[in-house]
Write a protein that binds this ligand. Structure first.
Ligand code: ZN
Length: 144
């Protein structure tokens, strides 16, 4: 797997731990979007695109986010701590949509994303800098 390109959209809010959104192109042919660069206590880390996990209300069957206290649809009170816990006992509220399955691949992605983020950070210091609009990305390949 070759990471052909990484695009970085910086997030402006300085107080936020979320630093940037990225898209990554693999082998010049497959794009993964919504990769996040997050400032952790041990430095920058890369979060793969994920979705909020949900479960179904026992009374009406509607979907609710795992942290919801009441059902969005029928208002029934939902049981506490429905989320599974990870090894450190933290609630697992998100599931990765696309992710590496081994440490070597995770490291390659992490290194490529962080390198691209740092390069974009340098460019963003330029007064004439305009942030990238990742929403334009879909149409660039000229599919038709
Ligand atoms: Zn319900």
């Amino acid at each position: 797997m070759e990471i052909s390109e990484v695009r970085v959209k910086m997030v402006a809010n300085k107080d936020d731990r979320l630093k940037a959104f990225c898209s990554m192109t693999v082998d010049n042919s497959f794009v993964v979007r919504d990769i996040k660069v997050i400032e952790g206590t041990g430095g920058l880390f890369v979060a793969m695109p994920s979705r909020k996990m949900s479960d179904h209300c026992e009374k009406c069957g509607s979907k609710n986010h795992l942290r919801a206290k009441y059902c969005n649809s029928c208002g029934a009170m939902l049981p506490d701590s429905r989320a599974r816990k990870d090894v450190k006992g933290r609630m697992k509220l998100h599931a990765d949509i696309a992710h590496p399955i081994n440490a070597a691949c995770r490291k390659r992605i992490q290194d490529a994303i962080v390198e691209a983020y740092e390069a974009e950070m340098e460019r963003s210091k330029d007064p004439g800098y305009t942030p990238l609009d990742l929403d334009d990305y879909d149409y660039e390949a000229g599919v038709d």
